[in-house]
Every structure is written in C-alpha cells, then in structure tokens.
Design a protein around this ligand. Sequence first.
Ligand code: SF4
Ligand code: SF4
Length: 172
Amino acid sequence: MIRNYAKYKDASEEDREKFLKLKNEREGKFENKIKTDVSNLPLFFKNADNDPVWDELNDRCLGCGRCNIVCPTCYCFDVYDCMDLNMTSGERCREWDACTLKDFAVVSTGENFRSTRGQRLRHRFNRKFNYLMTKYNASFCVGCGRCTRSCPVNIDVVETVNTIIKNNRNHE
Ligand code: SF4
Ligand code: SF4
C-alpha cells in the first residue's frame, strides 16, 4: 500500500538522527521503568511462584477483572448456553472472560484451581511475562499502562514486576 499509494522518500542520515533524538527524548520521559531487559523477565518469573508479593496482592486485589478487560493483549472468553424457558431452544453465547475473576479456573467437577486473588494475579503476570514470552520469544505486555490506570486499588504492573526482580536479586 505504501509503495503504491503513499508519497514517500527514503530517510536521509539527518532524518535518522532526528528520529533517534526524539526516541531518546521520549524514553527519558518514562519514569516508571522495568529494571531489567524485558527479555530477562521469564527467568525472574520462573523463580517467583512463592514470592511474597502474591500474598501482598492477594490482600489488596478486589478480583474485579478490570485489568484484564482493558488490556489490549488479553483475549480470553467464555462460552455458555442461555436456555429459553421452554428448555428446548436457546442460544450459545460468547462473552469476554478474565483470569482475575473468581470462577475463571473452575472446572466441571467444581474444583477451582486458582481460588485466591493472589493465585489469579500470579497467573496473569506469568501469562504476560513468562509463559507466552517463553513460547513465542516476545513480550505479551505492550506497556500501555491501562491495567495500572484502571485498577481501583492502584496495583501497578511495573511496580509489581520490579518487586519480583528485586526479591529475586535479594535471593542471589
Ligand atoms: S500494561 Fe501490559 S498488562 Fe497492562 S493493560 Fe497494557 S498490555 Fe496489558
Ligand atoms: S483491576 Fe486491580 S483490583 Fe481489579 S482484578 Fe485487576 S489487579 Fe485486582
């Protein structure tokens, strides 16, 4: 599309320098930063199953699911049947789901594999910074900060990741 329809020119050395200057200026404005190279995060999270931060977040988190619903990389959904009163017809419905909600990990026999809010948040963070990163070699958090901004109890994604990093380093 660009080749066929856009008016463009190749970037000059001056353009490149301008771009790098702006990029550095922009990066300097972010005060809240993850304190390691993002590619190291799976290693930190692999050692963080018993990190005290999950107990602390367990006490703060409300299990409201807002962080999932606003996240551009969360895609989980649920499918269920809405029966009509005659019980012979109905609709199969699909709606957004969220791994921080209480019943997300309930299975058909009734067990809940992540019954506490801390366990559910640990799962959410591992999905962003460990499981999918390990599988696809790419971060599943785009750093938009929407989850932090939307959380009613101010659970901050960067602060949480940095706590995991700090606690891991303290054990070294
Ligand atoms: S900062 Fe990361 S985890 Fe939070 S909403 Fe954005 S992409 Fe999702
Ligand atoms: S938005 Fe905050 S309180 Fe709600 S589930 Fe997410 S972390 Fe917990």
